[in-house]
Design a protein around this ligand. Structure first.
Ligand SMILES: [Zn+2]
Length: 201
Protein backbone atom coordinates (compact mmCIF):
# COMPACT_ATOMS: atom_id res chain seq x y z
CA UNK A 1 0.00 0.00 0.00
CA UNK A 2 1.43 3.34 -0.99
CA UNK A 3 0.46 6.46 0.82
CA UNK A 4 -1.57 8.07 -1.87
CA UNK A 5 -1.24 11.68 -1.01
CA UNK A 6 1.18 13.83 0.85
CA UNK A 7 3.93 11.28 0.95
CA UNK A 8 7.55 11.92 0.16
CA UNK A 9 8.29 14.95 2.29
CA UNK A 10 11.98 14.19 2.37
CA UNK A 11 12.87 17.26 0.33
CA UNK A 12 11.54 19.85 2.77
CA UNK A 13 14.25 20.95 5.19
CA UNK A 14 13.05 20.60 8.74
CA UNK A 15 13.02 23.86 10.63
CA UNK A 16 14.63 23.62 14.04
CA UNK A 17 11.90 25.20 16.06
CA UNK A 18 9.00 23.29 14.63
CA UNK A 19 8.21 19.75 15.42
CA UNK A 20 8.75 17.27 12.66
CA UNK A 21 5.69 16.99 10.45
CA UNK A 22 3.31 14.36 11.66
CA UNK A 23 3.29 11.25 9.59
CA UNK A 24 0.46 11.15 7.09
CA UNK A 25 -2.55 9.30 8.39
CA UNK A 26 -2.42 5.69 7.35
CA UNK A 27 -4.70 4.94 4.46
CA UNK A 28 -7.95 3.35 5.49
CA UNK A 29 -7.97 -0.38 5.37
CA UNK A 30 -10.38 -2.06 3.03
CA UNK A 31 -12.58 -2.88 5.97
CA UNK A 32 -12.57 0.68 7.28
CA UNK A 33 -13.34 2.27 3.95
CA UNK A 34 -16.04 -0.27 3.27
CA UNK A 35 -17.51 0.42 6.69
CA UNK A 36 -17.54 4.14 6.02
CA UNK A 37 -19.19 3.56 2.66
CA UNK A 38 -21.83 1.30 4.19
CA UNK A 39 -22.55 3.80 6.91
CA UNK A 40 -23.04 6.60 4.39
CA UNK A 41 -25.30 4.36 2.35
CA UNK A 42 -27.43 3.71 5.39
CA UNK A 43 -27.62 7.40 6.31
CA UNK A 44 -28.61 8.14 2.74
CA UNK A 45 -31.29 5.49 2.99
CA UNK A 46 -32.64 7.17 6.13
CA UNK A 47 -32.69 10.56 4.45
CA UNK A 48 -34.76 9.17 1.59
CA UNK A 49 -37.03 7.20 3.86
CA UNK A 50 -40.73 7.86 3.72
CA UNK A 51 -42.00 8.71 6.23
CA UNK A 52 -38.86 10.47 7.42
CA UNK A 53 -36.74 8.42 9.74
CA UNK A 54 -33.93 9.48 12.01
CA UNK A 55 -31.15 7.31 13.27
CA UNK A 56 -32.39 7.69 16.83
CA UNK A 57 -35.77 6.23 15.90
CA UNK A 58 -34.32 3.45 13.85
CA UNK A 59 -35.25 -0.03 15.00
CA UNK A 60 -34.31 -3.53 14.04
CA UNK A 61 -37.37 -3.63 11.80
CA UNK A 62 -36.02 -0.68 9.86
CA UNK A 63 -32.69 -2.40 9.49
CA UNK A 64 -34.43 -5.45 8.04
CA UNK A 65 -36.33 -3.17 5.70
CA UNK A 66 -32.98 -1.76 4.59
CA UNK A 67 -31.59 -5.22 3.95
CA UNK A 68 -34.61 -6.12 1.84
CA UNK A 69 -34.21 -2.90 -0.06
CA UNK A 70 -30.65 -3.90 -0.88
CA UNK A 71 -31.79 -7.16 -2.44
CA UNK A 72 -32.62 -5.37 -5.67
CA UNK A 73 -28.89 -4.74 -6.11
CA UNK A 74 -27.96 -8.33 -5.30
CA UNK A 75 -26.12 -10.63 -7.68
CA UNK A 76 -26.96 -13.93 -6.09
CA UNK A 77 -29.75 -15.91 -7.63
CA UNK A 78 -31.93 -17.47 -4.97
CA UNK A 79 -34.29 -20.04 -6.40
CA UNK A 80 -37.90 -20.13 -5.39
CA UNK A 81 -39.21 -23.36 -3.95
CA UNK A 82 -41.09 -24.01 -7.19
CA UNK A 83 -38.09 -23.52 -9.45
CA UNK A 84 -36.67 -26.60 -11.18
CA UNK A 85 -33.21 -25.55 -10.04
CA UNK A 86 -34.13 -25.20 -6.40
CA UNK A 87 -31.32 -26.72 -4.38
CA UNK A 88 -28.86 -26.82 -7.25
CA UNK A 89 -25.65 -24.92 -6.65
CA UNK A 90 -24.82 -24.84 -10.35
CA UNK A 91 -27.95 -24.80 -12.51
CA UNK A 92 -27.44 -25.68 -16.18
CA UNK A 93 -29.70 -22.92 -17.42
CA UNK A 94 -31.15 -19.64 -16.32
CA UNK A 95 -34.49 -19.16 -14.68
CA UNK A 96 -36.77 -16.37 -13.67
CA UNK A 97 -35.89 -16.33 -10.00
CA UNK A 98 -34.78 -13.05 -8.52
CA UNK A 99 -31.32 -11.99 -7.54
CA UNK A 100 -30.68 -11.14 -3.94
CA UNK A 101 -27.89 -10.18 -1.66
CA UNK A 102 -25.96 -13.23 -0.56
CA UNK A 103 -26.27 -14.04 3.09
CA UNK A 104 -22.53 -13.65 3.62
CA UNK A 105 -22.65 -10.13 2.23
CA UNK A 106 -25.53 -9.15 4.48
CA UNK A 107 -23.92 -10.70 7.51
CA UNK A 108 -20.68 -8.83 6.93
CA UNK A 109 -22.57 -5.63 6.19
CA UNK A 110 -24.49 -5.81 9.46
CA UNK A 111 -21.25 -6.37 11.32
CA UNK A 112 -19.75 -3.23 9.81
CA UNK A 113 -22.85 -1.14 10.42
CA UNK A 114 -23.08 -2.37 14.00
CA UNK A 115 -19.54 -1.17 14.59
CA UNK A 116 -20.10 2.09 12.73
CA UNK A 117 -23.20 2.87 14.77
CA UNK A 118 -21.25 2.77 18.01
CA UNK A 119 -18.25 4.55 16.55
CA UNK A 120 -20.59 7.37 15.63
CA UNK A 121 -21.83 7.82 19.15
CA UNK A 122 -24.62 5.28 19.31
CA UNK A 123 -25.12 3.37 22.50
CA UNK A 124 -24.68 -0.39 22.37
CA UNK A 125 -28.01 -0.87 24.12
CA UNK A 126 -29.85 0.95 21.37
CA UNK A 127 -27.90 -0.43 18.45
CA UNK A 128 -30.55 -1.39 15.91
CA UNK A 129 -28.05 -3.49 13.97
CA UNK A 130 -27.60 -5.71 16.99
CA UNK A 131 -31.33 -6.12 17.54
CA UNK A 132 -32.66 -9.60 17.92
CA UNK A 133 -35.03 -9.43 14.92
CA UNK A 134 -32.04 -8.64 12.71
CA UNK A 135 -30.19 -11.70 13.93
CA UNK A 136 -33.26 -13.83 13.35
CA UNK A 137 -33.73 -12.40 9.88
CA UNK A 138 -30.12 -13.12 8.95
CA UNK A 139 -30.44 -16.66 10.17
CA UNK A 140 -33.55 -17.16 8.07
CA UNK A 141 -31.81 -15.75 5.02
CA UNK A 142 -28.90 -18.08 5.55
CA UNK A 143 -31.07 -21.16 5.89
CA UNK A 144 -33.24 -20.13 3.00
CA UNK A 145 -30.30 -19.53 0.68
CA UNK A 146 -28.54 -22.69 1.77
CA UNK A 147 -31.60 -24.66 0.73
CA UNK A 148 -32.34 -22.72 -2.41
CA UNK A 149 -28.79 -22.74 -3.73
CA UNK A 150 -27.70 -26.10 -2.39
CA UNK A 151 -24.90 -24.44 -0.52
CA UNK A 152 -24.18 -25.50 3.02
CA UNK A 153 -22.63 -22.72 5.01
CA UNK A 154 -19.97 -23.18 7.63
CA UNK A 155 -21.96 -25.72 9.60
CA UNK A 156 -20.78 -28.51 7.36
CA UNK A 157 -17.16 -27.49 7.44
CA UNK A 158 -17.07 -27.65 11.20
CA UNK A 159 -18.64 -31.07 11.24
CA UNK A 160 -16.23 -32.31 8.62
CA UNK A 161 -13.06 -31.18 10.33
CA UNK A 162 -14.24 -32.70 13.57
CA UNK A 163 -15.05 -35.97 11.87
CA UNK A 164 -11.80 -35.96 9.94
CA UNK A 165 -9.83 -35.28 13.06
CA UNK A 166 -11.53 -38.12 14.85
CA UNK A 167 -11.14 -40.52 11.94
CA UNK A 168 -7.47 -39.96 11.23
CA UNK A 169 -6.22 -39.13 14.66
CA UNK A 170 -2.91 -40.85 14.14
CA UNK A 171 -2.02 -40.46 10.50
CA UNK A 172 -2.27 -36.84 9.54
CA UNK A 173 0.69 -37.02 7.21
CA UNK A 174 -1.40 -37.74 4.15
CA UNK A 175 -3.84 -34.99 4.93
CA UNK A 176 -3.22 -31.32 4.32
CA UNK A 177 -3.70 -29.24 7.42
CA UNK A 178 -7.28 -28.17 7.87
CA UNK A 179 -8.05 -24.73 6.51
CA UNK A 180 -8.08 -21.96 9.06
CA UNK A 181 -11.49 -21.16 10.48
CA UNK A 182 -12.06 -18.43 7.97
CA UNK A 183 -15.76 -17.97 8.47
CA UNK A 184 -15.37 -14.31 9.28
CA UNK A 185 -13.00 -13.67 6.43
CA UNK A 186 -15.01 -15.55 3.90
CA UNK A 187 -18.21 -13.88 4.92
CA UNK A 188 -16.72 -10.50 4.20
CA UNK A 189 -16.06 -11.42 0.62
CA UNK A 190 -18.51 -10.21 -1.97
CA UNK A 191 -20.92 -12.65 -3.46
CA UNK A 192 -19.01 -15.78 -4.30
CA UNK A 193 -19.79 -16.99 -7.77
CA UNK A 194 -22.23 -19.78 -7.37
CA UNK A 195 -20.80 -23.21 -7.73
CA UNK A 196 -17.17 -22.26 -7.74
CA UNK A 197 -16.26 -24.48 -4.86
CA UNK A 198 -16.09 -28.13 -5.80
CA UNK A 199 -14.84 -28.94 -2.34
CA UNK A 200 -17.80 -31.08 -1.51
CA UNK A 201 -16.56 -34.57 -0.98
ZN1 LIG B 1 -34.63 -20.48 -10.17
Amino acid sequence: MESGEGGGSSSSPAADKTAPPPPPPPPLSRYESQKRRDWNTFLQYLRNHKPPLTLARCSGAHVIEFLKYLDQFGKTKVHEAGCAFFGQPNPPASCACLFRQAWGSLDALIGRLRAAFEENGGLPDSNPFAARPVRIYLREVRENQAKARGIPYEKKKRKRTAAAAAAVAGESSSNPPPPPPATAASSSAPDPPAGSSPSVS
